[in-house]
Design a protein around this ligand. Sequence first.
Ligand code: GUN
Length: 285
Amino acid sequence: MGAHIIDGKKIAELVRAEWKARADKLIQLGTQPGLAVIIVGDNAASGIYVRNKVKACNEIGIYSEVHAFPANAQQNEVLDCIQALNENSHIHGILVQLPLPSHFENNRVITSIAVSKDVDGFHLYNVGALVTGNTIFSPCTPYGVMVMLERNHIPIAGQHAVVVGRSNIVGKPMAFMLLEQGATVTICTSKTRDLLQFTKNADILVVATGKPRMITADMVKPGAVVIDVGINRLNDGKLCGDVDYQSVKDIAGYITPVPGGVGPMTITMLLCNTILAAERAQSGG
Ligand code: GUN
């Protein structure tokens, strides 16, 4: 029997409908949630992500504004912009699209965002809060994965979760969020010796490596939950994940497709975090 396919698009639509009701309520109370996006340079992929974020904000009723800086902008100009946004009561969420040009210090920029407006959850204080089980904002991609597991009633406590990839944006926060829900967690990296010995023992396997189709059927335990965070563009223009979907779908218990899996969840969770930030501001907290 083939795997149950986790439909990220459908779950994203359901979650957006629920949170749109919360945004509508805030608007009735006189607070329209607001998101500011800062983009530096002309990275093509970043430009597409930012446009998609703005479009999603419009659809759900979030006010959004984009602050675009040229690649040769000075860090201080961006810090000044963030400072003004921190003080702007119409803006509840601030996001700096990564990567920044190499002359920028990522942490200097991200830690200048007010903790209460850091809807990406990348501020060092928010990272510490997440790791200690006091989450303020969950980083959007792993948050989306957790919601996909929850909506499919997939148990986490006591399960062996293996996360392949240790990025600050996905792998590390993913591991801590699974740990917080009671999973036994292993984090693998590109340096892991004998990766298969780990992946083969995973009840829940989350893959975020950026290596097209690197997880093959022989690396997966029959019946496992396989979550593919990768989005890779092949030479023929087609998209594929980090998991070899065609072979793994016959052995896994659950699998996310690419496209249409984790992708639609990431922006959805950004919308949720922005509405949450606005709710907190509205209620004076
Ligand atoms: N670049 C790639 N993913 C992300 C993300 O989730 N947030 C931000 N700010 N930049 C990114």
